[in-house]
Design a protein around this ligand. Structure first.
Ligand code: SF4
Ligand code: SF4
Length: 375
């Protein structure tokens, strides 16, 4: 009971702190957001170029796991089985980002592991920013205040919050994490007002709609944005089950559809949910397959410099000691991208579904993503 009362008190504290913020939303349309529009329009231009002009794959999103280390121990984490890899050095990263920009990559997503464990993360963010890439980061939120200067170079961050209070700490196996996330978000709102802040909430068997709704309320109160991702740990599941505490937490399609029906209603009610209707309808209608074009849009580089094949998350080709220009034109890379045409996994845990809809110029995808862009 005391625990419950403490949770309530904590919740009401952050709501009180944020009442003044709600007078004018930090997510409103502004001149600063034109930069974001430039980024979106550039993406469409690159899709057109990749589809109709380029003779080889021309991805334009550079997804970089800057470290394999993490201070959390989530049951559904695939990446924690690879924590012994040696991370690229700052100089190697700077070289690769420069080459990435020259090769047409126009945005980056920096993640891990926990990217803010790297003491040189601000330099990494600056390197991405300075070569002109629209720079995003995904973090568990623990070090948001301690290692905050990255905010000078960051366009957008995703902070993982799956539930409120100690329930989130239990899911991520790190006591005190929820409080650190909320206070870190508050800090960045004030210190770096132009940076867009998203909460990324993983929908899995470990949370339910009630806790998801509480997360949506939190985001509304904090005046930040919310994106739901879906736990899909089927890759190599049998191989990893019960190793390092890895558990299957995927929801069945029926449960997932029920939850997303309710999430869609929350969105209509004005909660700051940024999943597209295209994405939610796919799940609500229990579809299980789409032709994926994600590897044609995004290249994933692991912390040790290997580019990953997403269908099995296997390292294929390294850019650590080889120019990116050469790697992108190699047979291994082209095959790695083209294999997506045969991929049956139909991921819904990232932006693959939306990006693939745009790639095919599906009106429903264009409409629902355009609605998100202008709100
Ligand atoms: S916070 Fe992310 S990287 Fe860290 S253990 Fe959890 S899922 Fe894995
Ligand atoms: S569905 Fe797409 S993103 Fe997922 S593994 Fe297959 S090719 Fe990769």
């Amino acid at each position: 009971m005391t625990k419950l009362l403490n949770e309530e008190k904590k919740n009401s504290n952050y709501q009180e702190q944020n009442l003044f913020c709600l007078k004018e939303s930090r997510n409103k349309m502004s001149l600063d957001r034109l930069k974001y529009f430039g980024h979106l329009l550039g993406g469409i231009k690159e899709v057109l170029h990749s589809r109709f002009i380029a003779k080889r794959p021309r991805p334009f999103t550079f997804s970089h796991l800057v470290t394999s280390k993490c201070n959390c121990n989530c049951d559904f984490c695939f990446w924690k089985h690879h924590r012994d890899n040696e991370d690229l050095s700052l100089d190697e990263i700077k070289r690769i980002y420069k080459e990435a920009s020259k090769e047409g990559y126009m945005n980056s997503i920096l993640w891990g592991g926990e990217p803010l464990l790297r003491q040189d993360f601000t330099e990494i963010a600056k390197a991405s920013h300075d070569v002109g890439m629209y720079t995003k980061m995904a973090t568990n939120g623990w070090f948001l205040e301690e290692n905050h200067e990255f905010g000078n170079y960051m366009d957008l961050i995703f902070v993982s919050i799956d539930a409120i209070g100690s329930k989130h700490d239990e899911l991520r196996k790190l006591p005190g994490l929820f409080d650190k996330c909320v206070s870190g978000i508050e800090f960045h709102k004030k210190r770096y007002p132009k940076m867009r802040i998203y909460v990324c909430c993983t929908v899995s068997a470990a949370n339910d709609f009630d806790s998801i709704k509480e997360v949506a309320k939190l985001c509304k109160d904090l005046d930040i944005l919310l994106y739901f991702t879906v736990n899909k740990s089927y890759h190599s599941f049998e191989e990893w089950e019960n190793k390092n505490g890895f558990k299957k937490l995927e929801l069945e399609n029926d449960n997932l559809a029920d939850i997303f029906k309710k999430i869609k209603i929350l969105k209509k009610q004005g909660y700051p949910i940024r999943n597209s209707d295209y994405f939610m309808d796919y799940i609500i209608n229990k579809k299980t397959f789409y032709h994926c074009h994600w590897p044609q849009v995004a290249t994933v580089m692991y912390s040790n410099g290997y580019l990953l094949r997403c269908s099995d998350r296997k390292p294929i080709i390294s850019v650590k000691d080889r120019p990116l220009k050469e790697v992108l034109r190699s047979e291994e890379f082209i095959n790695m991208v083209n294999i997506c045409k045969d991929c049956k996994l139909a991921c819904v845990g990232n932006y693959a579904l939306d990006a693939s809809g745009l790639w095919r110029f599906e009106p429903a995808a264009i409409k629902s993503l355009a609605q998100i862009a202008i709100t």
